[in-house]
Design a protein around this ligand. Structure first.
Ligand code: ARG
Length: 461
């Protein structure tokens, strides 16, 4: 077989059926750039150990450079007979450098340590790309929070009106998980910082090559301590897939808010025309497709993670070909987020929030009942009694078909003499929100502090 990396002990080439199953060039070409960087570093290590002369090293680096140019221009592509990106690029190198020199590069390395290294480099680079996009989304959320800081809306638990909150507070509650996702990516970066190159097939190399030299050339701080672990582990790939899934989930929770807020019944937001879609039959429709796709893509991202975990479960050490299945799920997760995040960010940035409508609904559903109870506590009424008295007010108001602030002074006094007319001070959404001023609370006074903290965190990450 022309380009195969093995053949000596085989009577003939692989069956077409095997070749078709085995082939990965249609997806692992994504790693070509890392493979070439690995080859440069490996040539340097071979030279340092005396396996390549000075001339051979420069000839090798020239050939790798020529190959890289051809890969970038599209002149060099995978051939039908190439099994994976690594075998294809070695074929290309031998074509350029000749079999004598080109055939020397494979000494002391295996596709097993190559692929384990390149996937880490890929994850490292993509962490930076996705991290930038996630940070941008979080910043846009923060900008919308700041621009709409006077808006008060119904805060919900169980989807029921619970207590009034500021829109800014609600929006920022979606930005903090994204900040933690960024933190997760940078934390993963510490673990990705060890190079498996030099592990060989599984047991290391006899050639005395300097693994830490290769590691540094490839931008890692160090190389792995255990060559079996280096070639057989994919927990870092799974961890990345988890973070990608969590980003998708965090985005989907904001997406769901937008979908609900965009309904006629809520009428909390209007989406910009350029960031919403129409219907092929209903002329009036304007749909939140970006948010719906965000919700849907979260499922796909979870699927990529669980598929990968299933591949890894109980897989014996060291390398098994099953591990080739790590790439498509994680590539898909990256591509999914690379397309989703900019669209979602654009949708959030261009949405109009209807503060009057939110404010109108904020006091409804007896959402100020906790404020009445806490007002009583401030008059030194035990909370247990305060809760009962406020509950009695709710029952009275409900029976009259009015809201809490519709009760008269006599109504309150009838429930308890403790409920003096001063209780009205907390029966406004502004009063309610303003008094929730402990750390982390929804009061406008705390908002500036929260925004500062978030932006500082985003700038650090
Ligand atoms: N293409 C393989 C992978 O992605 C690497 C090649 C290792 N193959 C082998 N037979 N040892 O995992």
């Amino acid at each position: 077989e022309a380009g195969a990396l093995w053949g000596g002990r085989f009577a003939g080439g692989p069956s077409p059926e095997l070749a078709r199953l085995s082939k990965s060039t249609h997806f692992d070409w994504e790693l070509a750039h890392y493979d070439l960087a690995g080859s440069r570093a490996h040539a340097t290590a071979l030279h340092a150990a005396g396996y390549l002369s000075d001339d051979e090293l420069s000839g090798m680096l020239d050939a790798i450079g020529t190959l890289e140019t051809r890969v970038v221009s599209g002149e060099f592509v995978a051939a039908e007979s190439d099994e994976d990106v690594h075998s294809a690029l070695e074929r290309g190198l031998v074509e350029i450098a000749g079999p004598e020199l080109g055939g020397k590069l494979r000494a002391g390395r295996s596709r097993n340590d190559q692929i384990a290294t390149f996937i880490r480099m890929y994850l490292r680079d993509k962490s930076a790309v996705l991290g930038g996009m996630v940070a941008e989304l979080a910043r846009v959320i923060a900008d919308q929070a700041e621009a709409n800081q006077d808006v008060i809306m119904p805060g919900r638990t169980h989807l029921q009106h619970a207590q009034p909150v500021t829109l800014a507070h609600q929006l920022l509650a979606h930005a903090w998980p994204l900040a933690r996702d960024l933190d997760r990516l940078s934390d993963l970066g510490r673990r990705l910082d060890e190079s498996p190159y030099g592990s060989g097939a599984l047991a290391g190399s006899t050639l005395g090559l300097d693994a830490s030299l290769v590691a540094h050339e490839l931008g890692f701080s160090s190389s792995v301590a255990n060559s079996i672990d280096g070639t057989a582990s994919r927990d870092l790939v799974a961890e990345f897939a988890f973070v990608a899934a969590q980003i998708g989930i965090d985005v989907s929770r904001l997406a769901e808010e937008f979908i609900v807020w965009n309904t006629k019944e809520f009428s909390f937001i209007t989406l910009d025309d350029a960031w919403s879609t129409g219907s092929s039959i209903m002329p009036q429709k304007k749909n939140p497709d970006i948010a719906e796709l965000a919700r849907g893509k979260a499922g796909r991202l979870i699927g990529n993670l669980t598929g990968l975990l299933a591949t890894l479960k109980a897989l014996p050490l060291a390398y098994n070909r099953d591990l080739q299945e790590d790439k498509e799920p994680v590539f898909d997760s990256v591509q999914t987020l690379e397309v989703l995040l900019p669209a979602f960010t654009g949708m959030v940035a261009t949405t109009t929030f209807h503060g009057d409508r939110m404010r109108e609904l904020a006091p409804q559903g007896f959402s100020l009942a906790t404020d009445v109870a806490e007002w009583l506590v401030k008059q030194r009424v035990p909370f247990r009694d305060a809760h009962e008295l406020s509950g009695a007010c709710v029952r009275l108001a409900e029976s009259k078909g009015i809201d809490l602030n519709g009760l008269s002074d006599d109504d309150f006094a009838g429930v308890s003499p403790l409920l003096t007319p001063e209780v009205r001070s907390v029966l406004t959404v502004d009063g309610s929100v303003a008094t929730r001023d402990g750390r982390g609370g929804t009061s406008p006074a705390r908002l500036a502090e929260q925004l500062d903290e978030l932006r500082e965190r985003l700038d650090e990450l």
